[in-house]
Write a protein that binds this ligand. Structure first.
Ligand code: IPM
Ligand code: MN
Length: 358
């Protein structure tokens, strides 16, 4: 028996358990094919954890994550909390606390287009064909984690946006290095015409650019970037941005790919890293076996890359591409002859297990 890895599995809420189950099938196929072993440890987070323990992030979950080599996560959130602004505990607090506790400072969200799916995007195929970029979103700072206040009479609220040079530099180094291995272009997305934190981002990235002469850097205000991403997405290679801007522009970017159900992400920390689809818990689809598992399976491929199993990660990506090319897709991408969540997972897992070559 080859090498063994500990994987913490947090299925979470809504469609989370269904899409994670398919990613686990694919990882099991990788075990067989590459003679490695994954030791999966399941733990609770989100609404399901509140229901069972009262805590969206129970201490045992943090411990399971800390002793893991990588974490696979599904989705978080439940409508019963969304419509109740007075709720004291919210599922999302679990994910935010986990990001902070594990120091998952860089969220990497690659956006790729598949020629066979171009017609499914609401954008014109000729505009998006060949779009291939990656968003580096800062994940443990900014307005998400700044001081929050609410006045005693409830009439006033504030959220502080704060960044240090250290926080900017550590993710910027990752983004510069990614650009070096890609097409050599880095776009900093900010609001430096208005925000002091954005001016600090710009100053820091400009100074750092001297260390990376092979990377061409440009700077774009976030409102303009939101527009350019739809108008001319092929201009981007690596986008670097703060926590909230990254949250927003990466959802926008999913329109280019054709479905939210296609985009994976990696959240990188010093000790361990977490892999999750960018989509949410999609409660309307929960339990129906219709959710698209591809984003989670692609997240599992990024997990494999992070364990230096890049060949295995590539195999998973090729297996996905081969099914998408044949229109073997869930209902979000193929309304006429859809595969169910589990059928698509089975198909991708068996391709991974059996494919001779692509
Ligand atoms: C995401 C999600 C989270 C975020 C929510 C669930 C807290 O939208 O991962 O993009 O805003 O970061
Ligand atoms: Mn989001």
């Amino acid at each position: 028996m080859g090498k063994s890895y500990k994987i913490a599995v947090l299925s979470g809420d809504g469609i989370g358990p269904e899409v994670v189950a398919e990613a686990l099938k694919v990882l099991e196929a990788i075990e067989d094919r590459f003679d490695i072993h994954f030791d999966f440890e399941h733990a609770l987070m989100g609404a399901v954890a509140i229901d069972q323990t009262g805590d969206p992030l129970p201490p045992e979950t943090v411990e399971a994550c800390l002793r893991s080599d990588a974490i696979l996560f599904g989705a978080i959130g439940h409508p019963k909390y969304d419509n109740d602004p007075s709720a004291k505990v919210r599922p999302e607090q679990g994910l935010l606390a986990l990001r902070k506790k594990l120091g998952l400072f860089a969220n990497i969200r690659p956006v790729t287009t598949y020629d066979s799916l171009l017609h499914l995007s609401p954008l014109k195929a000729e505009k998006i064909q060949g779009a291939d970029f990656v968003v580096y979103r800062e994940l443990t700072g900014g307005i998400y984690f700044g001081e929050k206040t609410r006045s005693a009479d409830g009439q006033y609220a504030s959220d502080l946006c704060a960044y240090s040079v250290f926080e900017i530099e550590r993710i910027a180094h990752l983004a510069f290095r990614a650009a070096q291995t890609r097409r050599g272009k880095l776009t900093l997305v900010d609001k430096a015409n208005v925000l002091e934190t954005s001016r600090l981002w710009r100053e820091t990235v400009r100074r750092m650019s001297a260390e990376y002469p092979d990377v061409e850097v440009d700077y774009m205000f976030v409102d303009n970037a939101a527009m350019q991403m739809i108008q001319w997405p092929t201009q981007f290679d690596v986008l670097l941005t703060s926590n909230m801007f990254g949250d927003i522009i990466s959802d926008e970017a999913s329109v280019i790919a054709g479905s939210m159900g296609l985009l994976p992400s990696a959240s990188i920390g010093a000790e361990t890293s977490l892999f999750e689809p960018i989509h949410g818990s999609y409660p309307q689809a929960a339990g129906k076996n219709i959710a698209n598992p591809v984003a989670t399976i692609l997240s599992a491929a990024m997990l494999l890359d992070s364990l230096d199993l890049v060949e295995a990660g590539d195999l998973v990506r090729q297996a996905i591409k081969s099914s998408l090319d044949k229109n073997q897709c869930t209902v979000d991408l193929n309304a006429d002859t859809p595969f169910s969540t589990s059928e698509l997972g089975d198909l991708i897992a068996s391709t991974v297990r059996e494919a001779v070559a692509f």
